[in-house]
Design a binder for this molecule. Structure first.
Ligand code: SF4
Ligand code: MG
Length: 336
């Protein structure tokens, strides 16, 4: 069975004094064993909320799963209690974040922080956990791992802290690693090194990865498949090849234009996408991208586009690609 995670029609909302924020609005995706799915989109598009919901890390309340299922190895995590999730987190599914300082414990030695999970989930005795912790630090490319294990997070550089986070996350050999903007805070050279390290470890350990990022450029070399999110919806999804070479949604076109190409001198020619994402207190009734879309038709402002399957692996939510497309605007243009 290759299928590991199967998220179906997930809706997540936050209840605030100002009203309901519909952060995730009907998201469906899957992750196979050992593969990398990148979830890409601007901040506030719901990509982090989606990932945190898989781990049940959103505070509930104010957050709540309004609908949908999160099947992990066939079991629906959306129905799990806190206690049941405790056993999944860190063991079957691990997560790393943009800023390791928010998840590393500043008062505990790095080695100890790796040992914790090993002793809890794998019931390793202390000396074996320590040995394994040092092995992990070596595996993530830290020189002098024995000495590093006895140091505190503040003695590490930013890149080294991210490596330590990866060591903690992978120590128990999880089936799925969720990495939320893991390299955003790092400089470009270190970014590339960390991405390469993750890819390397993925092959070695056969871990599936969900890579969350606002930067399509980061995923080009590492993602097998890509899901592009906008306003709480996956507006296009396909293999890396399909998204980079045959993108079909105007928002994806915009994202690709804003990606610096390493093989081309494009400095200063990056095209930002004009406008801002919609307010998710009151998502628009038509296509959420319509106010920013150069191709918007009349229908787009009234009816949210339905899913159009382009290939077995590639789909989009855009009226341009819908089978009705040539007729549809006429029809609604007359009726208003
Ligand atoms: Fe643009 Fe219409 Fe497609 Fe939305 S559905 S992306 S507004 S063309
Ligand atoms: Mg985020």
């Amino acid at each position: 069975e290759r299928l590991l995670l199967d998220v179906k029609d997930l809706y997540v909302s936050f209840d605030t004094y100002a009203g309901e924020v519909q952060a995730v609005r009907g998201v469906t995706f899957h992750v196979n064993r050992g593969e990398t799915l990148a979830i890409v989109g601007e901040s506030g598009c719901g990509k982090s909320v989606t990932a945190q919901t898989v781990m049940q890390l959103i505070p509930m309340p104010p957050g709540r799963i309004k609908g949908g299922n999160i099947f992990f190895e066939g079991k629906d995590l959306s129905k799990y209690s806190d206690k049941q999730m405790e056993k999944v987190r860190g063991k079957d599914i691990s997560m790393i974040f943009q800023d390791p300082m928010t998840s590393l414990n500043p008062t505990m030695k790095i080695g100890k922080q790796i040992m914790e999970g090993l002793m809890k989930h794998q019931k390793l005795p202390k000396d074996e956990a320590k040995k394994r912790a040092i092995e992990m630090l070596k595996l993530v490319g830290l020189p002098n791992p024995g000495k590093r294990a006895d140091q505190y997070p503040h003695e590490f550089s930013g890149g080294m802290r991210q490596r330590a986070m990866i060591a903690i996350a992978l120590a128990c050999n999880p089936k799925l690693l969720i990495a939320d903007e893991p390299t955003t805070a790092l400089d470009v050279t270190i970014q590339a090194q960390i991405m390469e390290l993750m890819k390397d470890l993925q092959v070695k350990l056969d871990t599936a990865i969900i890579l969350i990022t606002h930067d399509l450029g980061v995923v080009a070399k590492v993602a097998d498949r890509i899901a592009v999110m906008y306003a709480g919806v996956i507006i296009e999804s396909g293999t890396s090849e399909e998204i980079f070479h045959h993108p079909q949604h105007p928002y994806t076109w915009g994202l690709l234009k804003s990606v610096p190409r390493l093989d081309m001198e494009t400095k200063g020619r990056l095209v930002p996408i004009y406008g801002t994402p919609p307010d998710l207190f009151a998502p628009p009734k038509g296509c959420p991208f319509a106010p920013r879309c150069d191709y918007a038709m009349k229908v787009c402002k009234t009816y949210g586009p339905v899913r159009t399957n382009l290939t077995e692996s590639h789909y989009t939510h855009c009226w341009l690609q819908h089978e009705w497309a040539p007729k549809v605007d006429d029809k609604f243009a007359k009726g208003g």
